[in-house]
Each structure stands twice: as C-alpha cells, then as structure tokens.
Design a protein around this ligand. Structure first.
Ligand code: BG6
Length: 473
C-alpha cells in the first residue's frame, strides 16, 4: 500500500472522462482520507490552459449541493495539491517537461532520516486509443514464481491481447540461438543423431567474469536461477529438444516448445548445486557488495539437471549451469555423444558438438580422425565453423536489434508465449520455493572464489550425469 510521497498523474486531464469521473473519484477518495498523505495530483493534456481554468474543469463535477463548508474547504485544498501541465502525447520534449515537473514536486517531499528516498508515481491513462497498431514489449522478470507470473499475465491481459504482447527473452534474439532450428532441421546428419540413442548428456553453460557489482539490490531478490536459468537457458533447452515444427510460423514453433517443456517434471533438490562467490584475486565477494544483505544465502551460481520424459529424450540429463564472477565470459551448448562401440577402439574420445553462443559465435564438432602420416592411430580433432573466420563480411546483429525489429514486424516467433512462461515456472517454482526458505531452512550455497571455474563440487556433479572429460575418456 502506498502511504506517502505519491504523485498521481492523469493523462488526458482535459477530457470528459477526467472531468466527470476521474477527478470526482480522486476528490472523493482524498476527502475521505483514502489517498496517501502528501498526495499530489498532476493533470496532463494537450489543451493549453492556465491553472485557474484547469481548476474550474477539474472541480466542475465535484458535488456540494448544500454548500457544506467542510466540502468547500476540501475543494480548496484539492485544488492546492493539483497542478496542470500541457503537452502532446507524441513529443519526447513535452514528456521531459512533465518529468521535470514531477521531479520538482518530489524534491519538495521530506527526506527520510534513514533508508533510500522514494517517490511513487501512478499514471492514469484517460486517453483515446491511438489509431493503428498497438504493441507492448515487456521485459523480464515476468513474476517470481508460478502464482505471481499468473497474476501478472492476467492483469496485463486485461489491456493487451496476446497478439499485442511481446515478452522479451533476449537470448531468443541471439544469432546462435536462432541458428539452432536450422542446424537441427536443415541437416539430415545432425537430425539423425539427435536423440537418447546417440547422445549421452547435454550441458548448457552460462559464465560471466563479473559479480553483481552494485546490482545486488535486484539480484539478491531473484538469484541466479530466476535471473538466467528459468528463462535464457530453458529457452535454449526447449529449442534444442523440441520436435520438428510443422512450419516456421510463430505458433507452430511455440506449440512444439511448450510440448517439450510440459514433458519436464519440476527440478529435484538432489539434481541441484548452488554456489556463492567469495572474495579472491583482489576481487570482493558477493556479501561484500553494499547492496546485498550481509547474511544473504542467495545463489550466484546454480547447476540443475533436467529430465525430459518423452521417447526421444528419456534418460538423457540436461545440465543447466550458470554463474557470476567466474573465470571467463562464455555461453555454450555442449552435446556429448555416447561412446563408440568398443572393440577396435578403446579409450577413444567421445564426439562433442559445441555450439558457442558467445563470445565469438561458433559451431564445432569434436571428432576422431586418423593421425596424418604413416601411422594408424586415431586422434581427436575438430570440424570447426567459427563465424568470424567463415563469414567475414557479415555483421552479427545484437539480440535486441533483432527482437525490436521482429516486434515492429509483428513476428512473435522469438518472443515468449503465455503458456510457455507458465510451464517454465512450473518446472522451477518448487526448487525456488525451497531456496527461498518456504519449506524450512534456506539451503546454504557452497562458496567458490571470484574468478574461478565455479565450486569445486561442480566436476563431480557433472560426472555424476555421465559427462566424460576428453582427456579422461
Ligand atoms: C540478463 C541478466 O537477463 O542477462 C543478467 O539479468 C545477465 O544478470 C544478462 O548479465 C546476460 O546477457 P548477455 O546478453 O550479456 O549474455
């Protein structure tokens, strides 16, 4: 509930609705003490008028049939807390003027003795709908768990249809993520080996070499799983594992994504490893960040293994892992194939298909080939498609460039559909509630040094799911 330092901005303040309904309702609430203390009301509309004229309009529908002096006085104070700014609805400069006005009002609010100063702004859009297409692009986080996401979805749905809504997950705009569908479905050889008979395990890895660095206030409330796994990495997983869509239309693609996601049960605690970075190499630990509570157990590293219960993937572990303050910046998919039939070859490295999403986009396949020369030994080598070497003339677009353009075109293929979001939260909500302490004591993440490869528990965690390091195979 908003108690103080609140400004209510009425856009369309010279219109009929504002005059007849909005201002009388605001006045009624104000007089009865339901509005926050110190509330200020700001009208904004195209009509140029002075304060006296605005007051006349804003109060013309306020009723005081018996000339009650208390109401007369309340109308006077209501006028004194109201101001008016005129401007257009399609002019950045005019909105900047409105913003300056709001800042001026906010500067007049008393400074808190402790805690951060805050001001609340409520915008009431009493505006006619614009001509033409309306679209809204929404950023994550889309809620914190299944219930809050559903609440958010249904409140936005009142104003924006699914067709008008573009929920961004910027990983869907990355060149290599977009390439996954083509690699899988435009190549017979690739498609043929894409199942539990050939693949041993899959890792989807996200590594960042920096910590929360002042962004701890946001991060601590969300943690690594909500920040990256539940959205970016799960999106990559769904494209990697979905069945062939009937067409490349947005709905056909997303139908298949939702179907595969629905085959994934909620993540089990024993399939989860949580870490938090500590000071090392002259860099501060997570808890040294001033914006982070000193006893926080928020994970800055998380590895979780997902299982897909369908005929293609039954039994194949999909390991999603992401961490901040690690030794390098890298996002990649690593598909490790099964051992070759034993007999003539022993202890030979497994094939691995690596799709490097960033930096330096690449697809490479680790294969075994005969060592060139007069010997017959096999050696591991690579078939390598590194973009900057192969496609020297092409500029790889930024993910947001690609997505904003898609939204302008009205193409939803690379945006998150409502049912996709719902099922993504179903997979992650139980583990998140456990981490949040909803089922008892909060689990403690294991420490790892800033700038390291991650917790020392990571290697045993991955090998538990059958991953074999090339040198150990
Ligand atoms: C954001 C996360 O969604 O993705 C950040 O909130 C993260 O914590 C970022 O750093 C990573 O995006 P990119 O494109 O730099 O890999």
């Amino acid at each position: 509930e908003l108690k103080d330092n609140t400004i209510i901005v009425v856009l369309g303040a010279s219109g009929d609705l504002a005059k007849k309904k909005t201002f009388p309702a605001l006045f009624g609430l104000y007089r009865q003490g339901f509005l926050p203390r110190d509330v200020k009301i700001v009208g904004y509309a195209r009509t140029k008028m002075d304060k006296a004229e605005f007051d006349k309009r804003a109060t013309s529908y306020l009723k005081n049939p018996n000339d009650d002096p208390q109401i007369t006085e309340a109308i006077q104070t209501f006028k004194s807390i109201s101001t008016y700014i005129s401007g257009n609805y399609d002019e950045g400069d005019d909105f900047a003027k409105l913003n300056d006005h709001l800042k001026e009002i906010e500067a007049g609010y008393p400074k808190p003795t402790n805690g951060t100063p805050h001001c609340n702004r409520i915008f009431y859009f009493a505006l006619p709908p614009p001509e033409g297409v309306k679209r809204v692009i929404v950023e994550k986080p889309f809620g914190k768990d299944l219930d809050s996401a559903r609440e958010l979805l249904s409140s936005l749905k009142q104003y924006w249809s699914e067709d008008e809504t573009f929920r961004i997950d910027h990983y869907l705009g990355k060149e290599m993520v977009k390439n996954l569908l083509v690699l899988r479905f435009a190549n017979v050889a690739m498609g043929a080996a894409w199942d539990k008979n050939h693949i041993s395990n899959v890792q989807i890895t996200f590594k960042e070499p920096f910590g929360t660095e002042g962004r701890g206030g946001y991060f601590d409330e969300f943690g690594m799983i909500r920040d990256v796994l539940q959205n970016h990495l799960l999106q990559v997983l769904s494209i990697l594992t979905m069945e062939r869509p009937v067409s490349f239309s947005a709905e056909d693609i997303r139908d298949e994504k939702v179907k595969v996601l629905r085959s994934i049960p909620p993540i089990a605690r024993e399939d989860t490893l949580l870490g938090q970075y500590v000071a090392a190499n002259g860099k501060p630990g997570y808890l040294d960040d001033d914006t982070v509570p000193h006893n926080s157990v928020c994970p800055t590293f998380a590895a979780t293994t997902l299982w897909i219960h369908n005929p293609r993937w039954e039994g194949v572990p999909f390991i999603l892992k992401a961490g901040k303050a690690l030794n390098e910046a890298k996002v990649e998919v690593r598909i490790q194939f099964k051992d070759v039939t034993q007999g003539i070859f022993k202890d030979i490295a497994r094939n691995e298909l690596v799709i490097r999403i960033q930096p330096s986009e690449a697809v490479y396949l680790k294969i075994n080939a005969k060592t060139p020369g007069l010997i017959t030994r096999a050696m591991p080598t690579e078939m390598d498609l590194t973009y900057k070497r192969r496609f020297t003339e092409t500029k790889i677009p930024e993910a947001y460039e690609a997505l904003i353009l898609d939204a302008l075109k009205g193409d939803h293929s690379n945006f998150v559909r409502h049912d996709e979001l719902d099922v993504a939260w179903k997979i992650f909500t139980p583990i998140l509630h456990w981490i949040d302490g909803k089922d008892g004591a909060r689990p403690r993440p294991v420490p790892y040094p800033y700038g390291s490869r991650g917790p020392k528990e990571l290697d045993p965690f991955i090998s538990k799911y059958g991953f074999k390091r090339a040198d150990a195979s």
